[in-house]
Design a binder for this molecule. Sequence first.
Ligand SMILES: Nc1nc2c(ncn2[C@@H]2O[C@H](COP(=O)(O)OP(=O)(O)OP(=O)(O)O)[C@@H](O)[C@H]2O)c(=O)[nH]1
Ligand SMILES: [Mg+2]
Length: 202
Amino acid sequence: MDFRSSEQPARTPLRSTTTTGLKIVVVGGFGVGKTTMVRSVSEIRPLSTEETMTRAGVGVDDASGVETKTTTTVAFDFGRISLNEQMVLYLFGAPGQERFWFLWDRLFSGTLGAVVLVDTRRLADSWYAIDRLEHHGMPFIVARNNFGEPAHPLERVRDALSLSGDVPLIDCDARRRESSKAVLIALVNHLSTLSSARESIS
Ligand SMILES: Nc1nc2c(ncn2[C@@H]2O[C@H](COP(=O)(O)OP(=O)(O)OP(=O)(O)O)[C@@H](O)[C@H]2O)c(=O)[nH]1
Ligand SMILES: [Mg+2]
């Protein structure tokens, strides 16, 4: 297995002021850009378990719509980002291919929240992710990774995914650090809103 590291960015030491570490997972269907997001945003060299896709996967893995893809995640991606002086997120990118989905429930252990990445060309691939998160009662937001296709209005995406109104749904470009960071900030804000709502009830 190739535990590949990208050249960018250089290693950044964890700030001594950090007091809170949150485990976050990035899930979604095959080829939606999960590895790309973890790589673009991580301030340490991300760990990736990418394998070259071979002809052995033809007929087993559904590569329709992402025919130019040459590698796939076979375990998980790992990265880290400090959101401010106190808070650091540990990011785990899940594998997207159906035959690796059995790993997801283990990845969810200790996770506080999730980002579901969706590609509107292959929306149905994201249903499994949403289903598993709802099963675990795990808070999540949905980010539409924009591959440059004519963008559907987000409200139509919400309807197609049968998302309830209180689940944040935003646009992103997983290749851009600032865009990926904005997704993570939206998730942390969502977690904070949920936690305040719980406190006001109790
Ligand atoms: N145009 C465009 N291409 C993207 C974007 N995000 C990812 N890609 C490309 O889409 C392909 C799939 O990205 P990955 O990050 O490997 O997707 P993944 O979800 O990790 O895939 P699996 O681990 O195999 O499920 C790669 O070739 C990326 O360069 C995007 O926002 N726009
Ligand atoms: Mg991947």
